[in-house]
Design a protein around this ligand. Sequence first.
Ligand SMILES: [Zn+2]
Ligand SMILES: [Zn+2]
Length: 298
Amino acid sequence: MTNHGLETTLAAVWRFLRLETEEADFEKWLHGNPELKTSLGDDLYAEVISTNFKRRGDIESLRKQLRRWAIGYQRTECLCNLLKDSDSRGLGYMADLFKAKMKRLACRTPWIELWRCRPCAQAWLLGTDTSWDVVLFQRVTDAEVSAVLNDDDWPKLVVDPKHIDHLWPSEGWLRVCEYEDLEDWRRRDGQPELGRLDRANLLSVNHRQDVEKSKVCGCYFCLSIFEPTHIYRWIDEAMGLGRTATCPKCGMAAVLGDASGVTIEESFLREMRGNWYPDKTDGVPPSKSTRHSARLEF
Ligand SMILES: [Zn+2]
Ligand SMILES: [Zn+2]
């Protein structure tokens, strides 16, 4: 792995800040990748690389500097970066804070659901555990999202086994609530709440094949319409290839191509914008630096 584009560096730094990476591994990573200089800038890189990992104080100051740097690039108003790949938050206020910018895409049981963050597009498997009063959050990939939505094939919620038992409705619960069985619950109340605009939103990530086949593309943030050949920056890299297009005009990852089966015209883009970016108005640049803002173009 030699590709340390900005997105990759940010992901690794957030992992370190969330205490998901061992300090020794992070040190090795820093020293093994001189190209980090491009992402971090000369000054910060020089400081970072001179950190003495044997000194607690040095590590703490490294964390502080990297946090400041990463937050500077925090391009969304969501809190996804604060969640580990597998994490939990107290049921109620705390979990609701994290869910505030997310949209539910599908339900497996009354307790296990698939959500996607609107601003950053990260998908999460959520498990509500009413015995321990926590909501479990587990990062899932776009491939896992497709498997759920297309084939009802759910990733396993990997948590402490003592939690998982409570996440499945018991026969008693189903009976009390007058469901014959889980299938009955899913038929009657567990239907995904996916509307037309939600489906279109899903088509704006991990869509390189569609975009490249499209005759015309449009951005539902700035409403510009353009040919796919004008796209010059792709994000969500896998194997060195960006999978999600960003708009050549405004830099947002809010691009749809007609080969995805949507009609690219201003009225539709405007409708999408009203749903996903309700605060955006014509001619006004994004108020805060948002995930895919143009400042990342440099
Ligand atoms: Zn997010
Ligand atoms: Zn745009």
